[in-house]
Design a protein around this ligand. Structure first.
Ligand code: NAD
Length: 266
C-alpha cells in the first residue's frame, strides 16, 4: 500500500511516518508540508528520527495524492478541506485525523466521500472507539436521571476545545438518549449559571503539560456515579490506528467510514 502523509513534519505527521516505515505491506511514498514551511526539502524519515530514506518533504499535495493509494491527513482544518477535494478528484483514499472542522470544511469531506473512500475519526485509538460504544449504551440504559459530563485533558499545544474526541463522546451519549447533541450541549460554564438543566450534556476542558489525551465520561445520578475513563499514554496509539485505517481503506468503495468500520466493531 503506497501511503502519503500530508503535514508530515507535524507532531502526528512524524509519528505517522514512523508507523508507516515499520508496518509490513506499507510503503511511505512521500510527504508534504504547508507551502513556505522550513521543512520543505528535508528527508521525511530523518524528520521522524530514522535514517534518511531519500523521500523529501514537498509542497505539492496534489502530486502526492496522485502517487498514493492512501493519504493520511493530521493537519489543520483549512488544509484538510483542500486535501479532501484532491482526494475526490483523484479517487485516492483519505484518512482524516484533523479535528476542529467548521461545517463547510466537514461538507468538503462528505463530498469527497462520494468519490473516494474516506475514514474520519476524532480519535484513532482502539480504546476510545470501544469507549464510544460503551458511552452510547450506558446513556441509553441510564436515561435522563443521570447527568452526563465529559471531561478531557490535553497537552498545552492543543488549539481546539473541547477536543474532537470529547465531542464525539458527547454525540455518542446523545445518540444513546435519542437526542441531538447540539440541542443539549453545554460547552462552557462561567459566572452565575443557575442550576444544571435536566438532559444537558456538559463539557469541561483542561490543558497542560504533555498529556496525550485523557477522557472521562461521568454519569452522575442520585446516590451513585459511573465514570468511563480512557487515557492515551502516548501519541503512537493514534498513529497505529490511522495506519491500520490506511491499509484498510485502500481496498474500499467510496464512502465515509469510521474507526468502528475499520475495527469491525459493528
Ligand atoms: P501539529 O501542529 O504538530 O501538526 C500539523 C502539521 O500540519 C504542521 O506541521 C503544519 O505545518 C502542517 N500543515 C498545515 N497546513 C498544511 C498544508 N496546507 N499542507 C500540508 N501540511 C500542512 O499538530 P498535531 O498535534 O500533529 O495535530 C494535528 C491535528 O491532528 C489536530 O487537529 C489534532 O487535534 C489532530 N489529532 C487527531 C488525533 C486523532 O486520533 N484523530 C490524534 C492526535 C491529533
Amino acid at each position: 500500500m503506497k501511503i502519503g502523509i500530508v503535514g508530515c513534519a507535524g507532531r502526528m505527521g512524524r509519528m505517522l511516518a514512523t508507523q508507516v516505515l515499520t508496518t509490513d505491506g506499507a510503503e511511505l511514498i512521500g510527504g508534504s508540508e504547508a507551502p513556505g514551511s522550513e521543512f520543505i526539502g528535508h528527508d521525511v524519515a530523518q524528520l521522524a528520527g530514522h535514517e534518511a530514506a531519500g523521500i523529501t518533504v514537498g509542497d505539492d499535495a496534489r502530486a502526492l495524492f496522485q502517487a498514493s493509494d492512501t493519504v493520511i491527513d493530521f493537519t489543520v482544518p483549512a488544509a484538510t478541506a483542500a486535501h479532501a477535494q484532491m482526494a475526490g478528484e483523484t479517487g485516492t483514499a483519505l484518512i482524516v485525523g484533523t479535528t476542529g472542522l467548521e461545517p463547510a470544511q466537514q461538507d468538503a469531506i462528505v463530498q469527497a466521500a462520494t468519490k473516494a473512500p474516506v475514514v474520519q475519526a476524532a480519535n484513532f485509538s482502539a480504546g476510545v472507539n470501544i469507549l464510544l460504544g460503551l458511552t452510547e449504551r450506558a446513556a441509553g440504559i441510564l436515561g435522563d436521571d443521570y447527568d452526563i459530563e465529559v471531561v478531557e485533558m490535553h497537552h498545552r499545544h492543543k488549539v481546539d476545545a473541547p477536543s474532537g474526541t470529547a465531542l464525539a463522546l458527547g454525540s455518542a451519549a446523545a445518540a444513546g438518549r435519542g437526542v441531538d447533541l447540539e440541542s443539549v450541549s453545554q460547552r462552557v460554564r462561567d459566572g452565575h449559571t443557575g442550576p444544571r438543566k435536566a438532559g444537558d450534556i456538559g463539557f469541561a476542558t483542561l490543558r497542560g503539560g504533555d498529556v496525550a489525551g485523557d477522557h472521562t465520561v461521568v454519569f452522575a445520578g442520585d446516590g451513585e456515579r459511573l465514570e468511563l475513563i480512557h487515557k492515551a499514554g502516548n501519541r503512537a496509539v493514534f498513529a497505529t490506528g490511522a495506519v491500520r485505517a490506511a491499509m484498510w481503506a485502500g481496498g474500499q468503495a467510496p464512502g465515509l467510514y469510521s474507526m468502528a468500520d475499520v475495527l469491525a466493531l459493528g
